[in-house]
Design a protein around this ligand. Structure first.
Ligand SMILES: CC(C)(COP(=O)(O)OP(=O)(O)OC[C@H]1O[C@@H](n2cnc3c(N)ncnc32)[C@H](O)[C@@H]1OP(=O)(O)O)[C@@H](O)C(=O)NCCC(=O)NCCS
Length: 149
């Protein structure tokens, strides 16, 4: 997809972000975007962004940048990533990861983490294809992956 860009949440794109999966009763290994935005509201180190294809919201990514965080795995990394179902496997998730990596570099960070639910229904293969490697650690029952920048 050629026309992707990352944007901050605005009154214009908020509802597009809230419509991304999962919605009530959906089974997906990620929290609803509404939860993430609520967390970002109370957490000043959170970095929520929408992925736009033109004017359309096709994805949401939330990273966290907090060098003082006690748990190293949460100092710099991707907390959430949600891509609209009808446009998966077209590079939107990879674009979001690359944008988060770019932001990390801007901040002088040389490693980002991601945690994922293990198993065939989780996003492990996606993260590995984006360059993450498994660290072998588990946190809150999720696998910890890292991407060295
Ligand atoms: C996981 C998710 C973010 C991937 O987004 P996407 O836009 O479909 O991913 P991309 O098209 O950028 O894929 C990048 C690479 O990963 C691969 N990939 C993506 N999803 C995959 C899957 N489910 N199984 C195997 N490979 C997968 C693609 O084939 C592509 O590989 P290649 O470029 O080497 O050929 C999306 O499926 C999603 O939102 N899933 C539900 C929520 C979730 O699991 N979020 C992550 C947890 S925080």
């Amino acid at each position: 997809m050629a026309n992707l860009q990352l944007a901050e949440l605005t009154t214009d794109n908020l509802f597009g972000a809230l419509r991304l999966p999962p919605q009530a009763d959906d089974k997906e290994p990620v929290a609803p975007v509404a939860w993430s935005i609520a967390e970002a509201y109370v957490n000043p180190t959170a970095w929520p962004r929408v992925v736009l294809d033109g004017d359309e919201v096709v994805g949401f990514v939330m990273a966290n940048w907090d060098p003082d965080e006690e748990i190293p795995e949460f100092r710099a990394g991707i907390w959430r990533l949600n891509v609209a179902r009808d446009v998966r496997r077209r590079g939107i998730g990879r674009f979001a990861v690359e944008q988060a990596a770019e932001e990390a570099r801007r901040r002088g960070v040389d490693r980002i983490t991601a945690l994922w639910v293990p198993g065939p229904d989780g996003p492990e293969e996606f993260y590995l294809r984006c360059g993450f490697r498994k660290t072998g650690n588990l946190l809150f029952d999720e696998l910890v992956g890292e991407l060295l920048l």
